[in-house]
Ligand binder design. Structure first.
Ligand code: ATP
Ligand code: MG
Length: 183
């Protein structure tokens, strides 16, 4: 699975629909302070199932919705779509249904989030597992926040183990076991 496009509409500073194309190789994002570089990375984390609004530098999840600027009014919803190239068919079985997977998360003010994969509504859990199995995802070591290296050095062994498990691609198995034990 590879990321191929990120589409934003109404997410943070991206009021109008914006598409970031990720060609094979390295993608760099450059721009002046406050232009939205970190917002783009947060959009990726968000669509992969991030539940913590603090990780979005927000004081509530509705804060990810464009709140207006200058003469532009705020919006009532935000939507982010991550397009995955699944031509190698490495997506987890339940979602391994097509060569291209469009994972969408949409939030409406005061109504919470809805997730869809290729238009079909799925649980947040399904999306989180999809990315956990692919060794990526909102909490994976593939996403390095500012200050995170320092935190890792100071982390307790259990926290460090969780990171190694995510890197090894087995954290999805752990959360499935946890789900099974609850049943
Ligand atoms: P730096 O180079 O300083 O790290 P950056 O390019 O990473 O900057 P971001 O932090 O991504 O910039 O973007 C910050 C901008 O996003 C601010 O101008 C802020 O007002 C705007 N912003 C954040 N949330 C919203 C929102 N909900 N609605 C509108 N604008 C928002
Ligand atoms: Mg930034």
């Amino acid at each position: 699975m590879k990321f191929s496009r990120l589409k934003l509409h109404g997410f943070k500073s991206f009021c109008d629909e914006t598409t970031l194309v990720m060609e094979p190789g390295l993608t760099g994002i450059v721009g002046p302070n406050g232009c939205g570089k970190s917002n783009l990375v947060e959009a990726m984390r968000w669509v992969m199932g991030e539940n913590s609004y603090k990780a979005m530098r927000a004081s509530g999840m509705d804060d990810v919705i464009f709140s207006g600027s200058g003469n532009r009014p705020g919006r009532n919803s935000a939507e982010v779509t991550l397009v995955l190239d699944n031509a190698d068919r490495t997506a987890p079985a339940a979602l391994n249904t097509a060569d291209i997977l469009e994972v969408t998360r949409r939030i409406e003010r005061e109504a919470g989030s809805v997730y869809r994969v290729n238009g079909k509504e799925v649980r947040a859990r399904d999306v989180q597992l999809l990315f956990a199995d692919a060794s990526t995802g909102a909490h994976s070591p593939a996403m390095v926040r500012q200050g995170q290296i320092g935190e890792l050095i100071a982390a307790k062994p259990t926290a460090r183990r969780a990171l190694l498990e995510e890197a090894a691609g087995i954290s999805g198995l752990h959360s499935r076991r946890h789900e099974a034990e609850l049943r």
